[in-house]
Design a protein around this ligand. Structure first.
Ligand code: NAD
Ligand code: TYD
Length: 348
């Protein structure tokens, strides 16, 4: 069985590719990735020699290329992760997000449909999405699979639109899809534009830690390997035309998380207690900033038997250790384009 994984050189995608390559030797895994600033083949060095792993550099936005690719390989399964994924970038470049996240997804849907609409048997199109499509929670409650879509950022709006197209292709053409909406991930290989890896990198370099607004925003954090395992469960056991919410049962206010990170970093770097904390700087808030995300993951737990296996304490410690051990990776991804992005975003 040939399986296409898009965005496999990115943060979550690289963990999914690794899991599928090592756990399913009977599958041929094709990792399609445009290698944007967020894609990095260094994330897959341990996988690239495997007989069932194939890398294709290419862009999901190029319809002709996607048509040719599906014609050659006739993928029976697609696990679609390729996306523009950072909210702050989406505020500056919304069109880029519409192109990749909406039109790129449609190119994949169109070719999957063209190939298999006369025989959907045994085929699956798995779309990886985010809890951000549901908008923002107040101080109580959880997102369930029935929560209404209320995206607030160009990123979440583009992901919501792509979810709708996937669902519509299911209703209209019978395309066998499954969607999962996951909470914030963290772990190794996370690009240092997102909160946790950005702050780890800044603490290492004694740079300010830019906390948006008052820091009282809440996210539900999940270790990336637990997400990859959930994706494995949904791909193999998830129902057709179903949606699953995936979350960490692990809510943290940003400021509390940053304090915890500072304390662990002081310990690991052998710095005086309280020294990283001094780097915290409250900066101008993100426009349209969602107050709180929290997932009710009962459905995937009860129907597929998935629950997170890594505690936050353990996951954060493993994550910090990975960044401290992989200074070459960090140096590589923070050179070039990153410097320009950083200056523009943080005026420093
Ligand atoms: P990422 O930004 O780290 O990786 C995205 C990957 O997609 C990169 O390798 C990039 O090169 C590739 N890509 C981007 N545009 C492309 C294009 N036009 N054609 C081909 N490849 C392209 O993202 P991530 O954090 O790993 O997220 C992966 C998926 O999971 C996304 O769909 C995202 O919306 C979703 N998601 C992420 C989180 C999270 O916390 N990071 C949570 C829930 C859902
Ligand atoms: P982020 O990692 O960008 O994920 P998302 O916006 O998709 O949830 O941000 C997580 C939280 O951290 C969010 O509330 C915004 C906040 N944040 C900061 O306070 N400072 C920063 O520099 C970044 C990148 C995020």
């Amino acid at each position: 069985m040939k399986i296409l994984i898009t965005g496999g050189a990115g943060f979550i995608g690289s963990h999914v590719v690794r899991r599928f390559v090592f756990n399913y030797p009977d599958y041929q895994i094709y990792n399609l990735d445009a290698l944007t600033y967020a894609g990095n083949l260094e994330n897959l060095r341990d996988v690239e020699g495997e007989a069932n792993y194939n890398f294709i550099k290419g862009n999901i936005n190029h319809a002709d290329f996607i048509k040719e690719l599906f014609g050659i390989h006739r993928f029976a399964g697609v696990i679609h992760l390729a996306a523009e994924s950072h909210v702050d970038r989406s505020i500056n470049e919304p069109l880029e997000f519409a192109r990749t996240n909406i039109l790129g997804t449609m190119n994949l849907l169109n070719e999957f449909k063209r190939l298999w609409s006369s025989n959907w048997e045994g085929k699956k199109f798995y779309h990886i999405s985010t809890d951000e499509v549901y908008g923002s929670l107040g101080s109580t409650g959880f997102f369930t699979e029935e929560s209404p879509y209320e995206p607030n950022s160009p990123y979440s709006a583009s992901k919501a639109a792509s979810d709708h197209f996937v669902r519509a292709y299911g209703e209209t053409y019978g395309l066998p899809y499954v969607i999962s909406n996951c909470s914030n991930n963290y772990g190794p290989n996370h690009f240092p534009e997102k909160l946790i890896p950005l702050f780890i990198n800044n603490i290492i370099n004694n740079k300010p830690l830019p906390v948006y607004g008052d820091g009282n925003y809440t996210r539900d954090w999940l270790y990336v390997e637990d997400h990859a395992r959930a994706i494995d469960f949904v791909f193999h056991k998830g129902g057709c035309m179903e949606t699953y919410n995936i979350g960490g049962f692990n809510e943290w206010k940003n400021i509390d998380l940053v304090m915890e990170l500072c304390s662990q970093m002081d310990n690991k770097l052998g710095r005086a207690k309280g020294s990283s904390e001094k780097l915290i700087t409250f900066v101008k808030d993100r426009p349209g900033h969602d107050l709180r995300y929290a997932i009710d993951a009962t459905k995937i737990n009860e129907e597929l038997g998935w629950s997170p296996s890594v505690t936050f304490e353990e996951g954060l410690s493993k994550t910090i250790d990975w960044y401290l051990e992989n200074t070459d990776w960090l140096a590589h991804v923070t050179s070039g384009e990153y410097t320009k992005y950083y200056k523009k975003q943080y005026h420093s």
